[in-house]
Write a protein that binds this ligand. Structure first.
Ligand code: FE2
Length: 391
C-alpha cells in the first residue's frame, strides 16, 4: 500500500485501508474499487490522503499506533470533556455557566475517567511496534479530537525517551489529552475561526484558555497539581513571550529532579513542543498543511527562544518524518542515477528516521519503472529524501 493525496485519487484505484466517519462507522472497506462517487465522498470528508493498493507495494503495510477500537473508546471519554451540544454532566455545567455566569463545574469522576482513558493510549504505545511518532489519518473524526490524541501520543513517546516513570507519563498524557479543554468554556466562542483571523478581543480571549482549562481541572482535589500546571503553561515560551503568564523557561534538561520554581514546568515544555508540531502539520498555525519534515525545521527555528532545546531534540528523535507507506522523492544519494526517482517507504530505520528502506516506483520523468527497485538508504549516509504527496 501507499499514501495517495485525496486530490490525486482516480476511479479504479483500490482502497488499502478502511475509512471511518466521525462516529466510527465504516465509510469504505479495504479492497473497495474507487468510483467517481466514492472519490467525491472521500473528498467531502476532508481526508488529506488515504492508502491505496499499488503494484510493487504489496508487502508495505502502514499501521496506526492506536487501533480503531481503542480510539473509539478514547473518543467516548473525550466527548465527556468536549461537548458539541448542551447535555448533562460537565457539558451542561459548562454551557449553563455561560448563561448563569457561574463558573464551569468539573463533573465528579471526570478526571478518573480521563486517567483510565489515557492509560489506553499508553498501553497502545507500549504494545505497538512503532518506536516513533506519526499522525493518524484514516478517521474523519473531528479535528480537535485527532489533535488531542496525536499530541498525547507524541508526549508519551517523548516522555518515555526521557525515562520518566509511568506515573509521570500518565500525568503528561492526561494534561495533553485535555490541554485545550478551556477553549469551549471561553466567554467569547471562537468556533472554527483560524487563529490568524482573530481580532484583538478574540485573541485576548484565546490567551485565557490555558488558565480556564487549568482552573476547571484543578477543581478535583484528587488530581495531582502537575496536571493543571501543565495545562496552564502549555503556551509559555522559554524567552517569556508566551501566555497566559509570560514566565520563562530554564532551558535545562527536563529531569525529574530539576527545580521548577519560577520557570516553566518540565511537562508543560514537552506539551508545548508536541502541541506546536501537531498544529503545524495540521495547518492550524499557518493556513496550509506542511510536511512533518518542514514542521521539524520550524521547531528547530523556534528553539531555544520558544522551546526547551532538550525537549526539541528528543521530539525530533522520535518524530518519524517518513512513515511506512509515505511517498518520497530521492533528492540526493550516492548512486546519482537515482536522484529525483519517486517511491514508497517500505521499512523505517529506527536508528536513522531520515533514511528508511524505499521501494522506488517512478523514474525522474515520473514514468513507472518496469521493475520496482528496493533501496536501503540507511547504507548511504549521503542520501537525502523528501516527503511528497504528489506521486
Ligand atoms: Fe492551547
Amino acid at each position: 500500500m501507499r499514501q495517495c493525496a485525496t486530490h490525486k485519487l482516480k476511479s479504479g484505484m483500490v482502497l488499502a485501508r478502511p475509512l471511518f466517519d466521525e462516529n466510527f462507522r465504516m465509510l469504505l472497506a479495504e479492497g473497495v474499487v474507487l468510483t467517481p462517487q466514492y472519490v467525491a465522498r472521500i473528498k467531502r470528508y476532508n481526508f488529506p490522503h488515504i492508502y491505496i493498493h499499488e503494484d510493487g507495494t504489496e508487502k508495505i503495510v502502514a499501521e496506526d499506533i492506536v487501533g480503531i477500537n481503542s480510539k473509539r473508546k478514547v473518543y467516548e471519554s473525550y466527548k465527556e470533556f468536549h461537548p458539541k451540544e448542551p447535555r448533562p454532566g460537565l457539558a451542561k455545567s459548562a454551557t449553563t455557566a455561560k448563561k448563569s455566569s457561574a463558573p464551569p463545574r468539573l463533573e465528579y469522576g471526570a478526571m478518573g475517567m480521563m486517567r483510565r482513558t489515557t492509560q489506553i493510549l499508553m498501553d497502545e504505545v507500549r504494545s505497538s511496534s512503532a518506536k516513533s511518532y506519526y499522525p493518524s489519518v484514516n478517521l474523519a473524526t473531528d479535528a480537535e479530537f485527532n489533535h488531542s490524541v496525536d499530541v498525547s501520543l507524541l508526549c508519551v513517546l517523548i516522555a518515555k525517551n526521557f525515562n520518566y516513570p509511568d506515573s509521570e507519563i500518565s500525568r503528561l498524557a492526561q494534561a495533553a489529552f485535555i490541554h485545550d479543554v478551556g477553549k469551549p468554556l471561553l466567554k467569547t466562542q471562537l468556533g472554527n475561526l483560524h487563529r490568524l483571523d482573530f481580532n484583538e478581543e478574540q485573541l485576548n480571549e484565546y490567551k485565557n484558555h490555558p488558565r480556564v482549562g487549568a482552573e476547571l481541572v484543578d477543581q478535583d482535589r484528587n488530581v495531582d497539581y502537575r496536571i493543571p500546571l501543565t495545562i496552564l503553561q502549555h503556551h509559555e515560551h522559554q524567552d517569556g513571550s508566551g501566555f497566559p503568564e509570560g514566565i520563562k523557561g530554564s532551558k535545562l534538561a527536563p529531569t525529574m529532579d530539576r527545580p521548577n520554581k519560577d520557570v516553566i514546568f518540565r511537562l508543560a515544555e514537552i506539551l508545548a513542543v508536541a502541541n506546536y508540531f501537531d498544529n503545524l502539520i495540521k495547518g492550524r498555525i499557518a493556513k496550509k498543511l506542511i510536511t512533518p519534515m518542514e514542521a521539524v525545521e520550524v521547531l528547530l527555528e523556534k528553539t531555544p527562544s520558544w522551546f526547551n532545546p532538550f525537549v526539541t531534540e528528543m521530539a525530533v528523535s522520535v518524530i518519524n518524518v517518513f512513515p511506512v507507506g509515505s511517498n518520497v522523492i530521492v533528492q540526493d544519494c550516492r548512486e546519482v542515477g537515482l536522484i529525483d526517482y519517486g517511491g514508497v517507504v517500505a521499512e523505517v530505520n529506527e536508528h536513522d528516521l531520515h533514511r528508511p528502506k524505499v521501494v522506488l516506483l517512478f523514474d525522474r520523468r515520473k514514468q513507472r519503472l518496469a521493475t520496482p527497485l528496493i533501496v536501503d538508504f540507511s547504507r548511504d549516509k549521503t542520501s537525502k529524501l523528501a516527503y511528497t504527496l504528489e506521486l
